[in-house]
Ligand binder design. Structure first.
Ligand code: FO1
Length: 314
């Protein structure tokens, strides 16, 4: 395999596989397109949690205990904000704060998010292209019994407690896919990898952008998703709770059904090997739980092997 790989991802789970891919592919052969539906403006700052999680993960700077933010972080800003009675439900560490302040300054000066993201990645020594899904603002809105909630209010402030009735992506219909995403889809690709991010919260915003679902479905490269569900449980975060509330069985099969029309292959965890051969797409069974660096590179290798096999069949 010598062509380009496009990975689509959200935050923590997706970033782990993106790191695995970045460790086994030459940097010029990997583009990571990142969800921006979680982005919001808080304290006057533009916060892009998934972009930052991927950047910090690939830059070796991430806080692995929290799953977000920087390692070796200090919290003086938050302590002082709390003393002043400011909103303290969303935690911004002192190092992390520099990212948001500088990104906001450059956005306000008129630079697109793509350029800022690429520049921050370069400054952190990251080789692969890190690309926001769009330079326009798209907001994931969670429809609950308590009314509509902006994503971070649902996720962080309300700790995913409200029951979810629906999800919509405000602004997606009119948003332009970013130049980096368009270029990656136009060029020859060896594989399109949908990372094990939350399909409903992290991948669907990307698929909601004009033309993207069609471009993926019609692409000659194999589209492979890695299951975010293992043995009926989400590896991390609210995926399982959310699926229950949306009336879905919490199984890998539901994820395949959700991505129907898009996939050429699906990577299942060994725990779900009984589902192999019973799904509507080709499957590959391997360990998908990424606890160590070897797990991340091992899964990345398995995904690329699977892509070669699928390409051979086509
Ligand atoms: N997640 C939390 O659970 N609590 C926080 O206070 C929090 C702060 C935060 C700050 C910057 C950032 O980039 C991410 C942050 N996250 C926090 C994570 C983030 O909100 C979510 O994990 C993602 O949006 C879901 O992918």
């Amino acid at each position: 395999m010598s062509g380009h790989v496009l990975a689509l991802c959200g935050g923590v789970g997706g970033a782990k596989l993106a790191l695995g891919l970045s460790l086994i592919l030459p940097p010029e052969r990997l583009t990571v397109v990142i969800n921006t539906g979680d982005d919001f403006t808080h304290l006057g700052l533009r916060i892009c949690p998934d972009i930052d999680t991927v950047t910090y993960t690939l830059g070796g700077l991430s806080n692995t205990e929290l799953g977000w933010g920087r390692s070796g972080e200090s919290w003086e800003f938050m302590e002082n904000l709390r003393t002043l009675g400011g909103p303290d439900w969303f935690n911004l560490g002192d190092k992390d704060l520099a990212t948001h302040v500088e990104r906001t300054r450059r956005l306000m000066a008129g630079e697109p998010l793509s350029a800022i993201t690429a520049d921050f990645a370069a400054k952190h020594g990251i080789g692969p292209a890190l690309v926001p899904m769009t330079d326009d603002e798209v907001a994931t809105i969670i429809e609950t019994d308590d009314g509509d909630l902006a994503f971070q209010h649902y996720f962080v402030r309300d700790r995913c407690q409200p029951e979810v009735r629906g999800i919509r992506f405000e602004g997606a219909e009119d948003a332009m896919p970013s130049p980096g995403l368009i270029a990656a889809l136009k060029g020859p690709l060896d594989a399109i990898v949908i990372c094990p991010s939350n399909p409903f919260l992290s991948v669907d915003p990307l698929l909601a952008l004009p033309g993207i679902r069609e471009a993926l479905a019609g692409h000659e490269a194999p589209v492979i998703a890695v299951s975010p569900i293992v043995g009926g449980k989400a590896i991390k975060g609210p995926t399982a709770k959310l699926m229950g509330e949306l009336g879905l069985d919490v199984t890998a099969a539901s994820i395949v059904h959700h991505y129907r029309g898009l996939l050429d292959g699906f990577v299942l965890d060994s725990e779900d090997s009984d589902l192999a051969g019973r799904l509507s797409v080709s499957t590959y069974v391997t360990n998908t739980v990424m606890k160590t660096i070897e797990d991340r590179t091992g899964l990345a290798r398995a995904v690329l092997d699977f892509a070669i096999r699928l390409k051979g069949r086509a």
